[in-house]
Structures are given as structure tokens and as C-alpha cells.
Design a binder for this molecule. Structure first.
Ligand code: LER
Ligand code: MN
Length: 275
């Protein structure tokens, strides 16, 4: 059965980004539970910060799952990426992510590689950048497997990376690299820009789909833009998707409204979810 999830950002420098709740983890968990969410996804500055949070108690008190951990803080705060031209920076990026994987896995959560994939540049051509990225995904996926969780890889739209924009390209990259412990993350906002058909792209993922970022065409809560959720829900049903729909949207008109609108949309469009 599909489960509901909502994002919480603890990264001040990411202000203006597409996260529903901000700053106060305890208050966000209380709100998420009261609104009926099954889980939260946390965007944290580092593994150290995650490890210092009273996460175990907060999740237990609210009976929430920790679905996923965003690793993009490594990009936002340190400009680290897995496709940097510098071997030292690529290693630092991998180390940053490996520690995030461990910090999340303690709570059963998957780490997300989105912004940390980086871009190719004048210093490093596209094929080399994709080669390094694939190798890192394979290594980090294998590491995540030793911690009992898959790793998530998220294609981003053309304004955020010049490497991988569509799920099929991501799938091919993972297959070429032999990154068998990595699952695909489908972000409906990026897909609305890049995919020919969102529903067909989801169907092609099959059981390689590991997580969904739920957003509308304008990156507001589902139902506040012009995405048609019926074929999307049918596609997820067809592939028996049993993961999370995680609201990664702007807190518009405010965090509470965005979260409540997300729950309404999940209950309306995605059968059996949000009960
Ligand atoms: C960034 O646009 C995004 O969608 C995040 O989930 C990347 O980690
Ligand atoms: Mn996303």
C-alpha cells in the first residue's frame, strides 16, 4: 500500500527551497502525525547534525517512520558533488553521503542522491562525469545494502543538472554501472518538465521505483497546479508501488496548508493511501 510522507528541512541555507516544514523538527513531526502522515523525510545539513537529534524518541512518540534523508546539504553547504573534476572533491562527496546513509539507516531510512550528482563542466566531459557518477552510485549502493537499506537516485530537471533528466536515462546509468542496490526516485515536478509521459515512465520503472516526490506542476502541493494525477495513480497501481508519496513542495501558502492539501490530494487521487 502506498504511504504518505512529508519533507522537513533543517538547512537554513536552503531557504526558499521546496520543503514543507522548516527548522523545528519536533513541531513538524507533531503536525505531520496530526494530519495523518505515515512518515517524514528530512533534509539535514550533515550526518553529525542528524546523529545529535533526538530522532528515535521523536519518531517513537509520534509513531512516524523516517522514510528518507536528503543528502543535498553537501551541495548547498559545501559545493560537493559526485561528478566533480577533482578526485579529492568526489571522495569528500562520497564520504559525506556514506555518513548520511549510515545516519539514516539507523532509523530504516534511505538516503537520496539528487543534487549531489552534480553536473559535467569545462573541466570534465559528460561521459567522464557520468562514469564517475555511476561508479559512486554502485559503491554507495553496495554500502547502503550493508546497512540494510537501498540507496535512492533522483534524475533532476535540466535547470538543476546537465547529466540525467529522465527516469529511463537513470535506469540505464544504474544498469551500466552495475548499481544493483540503487532504486529510482521519481520527482513529479522534474518529470513534468522532462518526461514525454509521466505515467509511462513510472510504468517502465516497475519494481526499480523506490520513492516518489509528490508535487504539482508548479512545485506546490498536489492539486494546486495542473498535473493530472489519475494516470499517475493508475501507473503506480499497475506496478504495485508500495513506497512513499513524499511531499517535496514549497510551503505555500504556508507549511500547514501545503501539508493538509497534500493529504487531501493523496486521499483523493491515490486509492487506499492516507487511510
Ligand atoms: C531538488 O530539486 C530535488 O528535487 C531534491 O529532491 C534533490 O535531492
Ligand atoms: Mn525531489
Amino acid at each position: 500500500m502506498i504511504r504518505s510522507c512529508v519533507t522537513i528541512s533543517l538547512v537554513d541555507q536552503a531557504r526558499g527551497g521546496p520543503f514543507v516544514f522548516w527548522d523545528d523538527l519536533a513541531a513538524a513531526c507533531t503536525d505531520a502525525k496530526a494530519m495523518g502522515f505515515d512518515a517524514v523525510e528530512i533534509f539535514a545539513p550533515s550526518a553529525d547534525v542528524l546523529e545529535q537529534l533526538p530522532l528515535k524518541e521523536l519518531l517513537a512518540d509520534q509513531q512516524l517512520q523516517l522514510a528518507a534523508i536528503g543528502t543535498g546539504g553537501g551541495w548547498v553547504l559545501h559545493r560537493l558533488s559526485l561528478s566533480s573534476a577533482s578526485a579529492d572533491e568526489r571522495k569528500a562527496a562520497e564520504d559525506f553521503i556514506r555518513r548520511m546513509i549510515d545516519a539514516g539507516a539507523r532509523h530504516g531510512a534511505m538516503a537520496i542522491i539528487g543534487s549531489m550528482q552534480g553536473s559535467f563542466s569545462q573541466e570534465l566531459d559528460r561521459q567522464s562525469a557520468l562514469g564517475y557518477l555511476g561508479e559512486s552510485l554502485a559503491r554507495l549502493g553496495a554500502h547502503a545494502a550493508t546497512q540494510g537499506v537501498p540507496l535512492l537516485y533522483e534524475p533532476l530537471n535540466r535547470y538543476e543538472t546537465n547529466l540525467v533528466h529522465r527516469l529511463e536515462q537513470a535506469d540505464q546509468l544504474l544498469a551500466r554501472a552495475g548499481a544493483e542496490h540503487v532504486r529510482l526516485l521519481a520527482d513529479l515536478f522534474h518529470m513534468n518538465i522532462e518526461e514525454v509521459s509521466i505515467a509511462e515512465a513510472l510504468c517502465r520503472c516497475g519494481d526499480r521505483l523506490g520513492h516518489v516526490h509528490l508535487a504539482d506542476s508548479n512545485r506546490q502541493a498536489a492539486g494546486l497546479g495542473h498535473l493530472d494525477y489519475k494516470p499517475i495513480a493508475e501507473a503506480l497501481d499497475k506496478i504495485n508501488y508500495g513506497g512513499y508519496l513524499s511531499a517535496e513542495v514549497f510551503p505555500l501558502p504556508n507549511s500547514q496548508e501545503a501539508a493538509m492539501q497534500t493529504m487531501r490530494a493523496i486521499r483523493t487521487f491515490f486509492a487506499a493511501a492516507g487511510d
